[in-house]
Design a protein around this ligand. Structure first.
Ligand code: GRF
Length: 195
């Protein structure tokens, strides 16, 4: 039987810290009948994250977790994930680095989206660095999460040209639209082959 049919959808949690445009599109995707995922939980380390409104709009349980003590925070999240029978996690603009211990609990079951052509430009301020270095191309990457920052297996990548009049803002805007489009595609591909 296909993983996507009826209540066979994979129970998924999305972790965010801010705006939530990728979350919004993952929710839209999960609401399609043929989608393999069903979003059951949204976790944020930031109570002011704008993306939390999408949880309210779609009646999805949300949990704000204070990361001032990351060990306690991760313990709380893990027990929630177990309680909600979560089998798959998408990081979508989640600004905290998860510990090796946490990741091992969901080994091979966590994806992230990053605004660069990994392995180039890991970490923050990718667009700024791309412009500064006068790169001809940039892009975005959906990858598996392992214990090294932005270093897990690449699942899907989209490359775009850096235009002559691009600045950080313009590039971010153009790329974000692409990110929003590819995260669901990459998720589907990943689940079909791996879960
Ligand atoms: C995206 O650019 C994503 O690649 C990065 O953080 C940003 C999150 O944007 N990891 P949003 O909150 O999904 O709008």
């Amino acid at each position: 039987m296909k993983k996507s049919i009826g209540n066979k959808k994979i129970k998924t949690a999305i972790f965010i810290s801010g705006r939530g445009s990728n979350l919004k599109n993952l929710i839209k995707f999960s609401n399609q009948i043929s989608s393999p995922i069903s979003i059951k939980l949204i976790v944020s380390n930031n109570k002011k994250a704008k993306g939390l409104r999408y949880a309210d709009q779609d009646n999805i349980e949300k949990k704000i977790i204070n990361f001032s003590n990351p060990i306690i925070a991760e313990k709380k999240i893990l027990s929630l994930l177990v309680k909600k029978k979560i089998k798959f996690i998408c990081l979508a603009g989640f600004m905290k680095i998860l510990s090796k211990k946490f990741i091992n609990n969901y080994k091979g079951k966590i994806l992230n989206i990053h605004p660069s052509l990994l392995p180039k430009y890991k970490g923050l301020n990718t667009h700024k660095r791309v412009i500064m270095n006068k790169e001809k191309f940039t892009g975005c990457t959906v990858h598996m999460v392992n214990s090294k920052l932005d270093s897990g297996k690449i699942i899907f990548q989209k490359k775009i040209k850096v235009l002559k009049n691009d600045n950080e803002k313009k590039l971010e805007k153009r790329l974000l639209n692409i990110e929003n489009r590819i995260y669901p595609i990459a998720t589907k591909k990943f689940i079909n082959f791996n879960l």
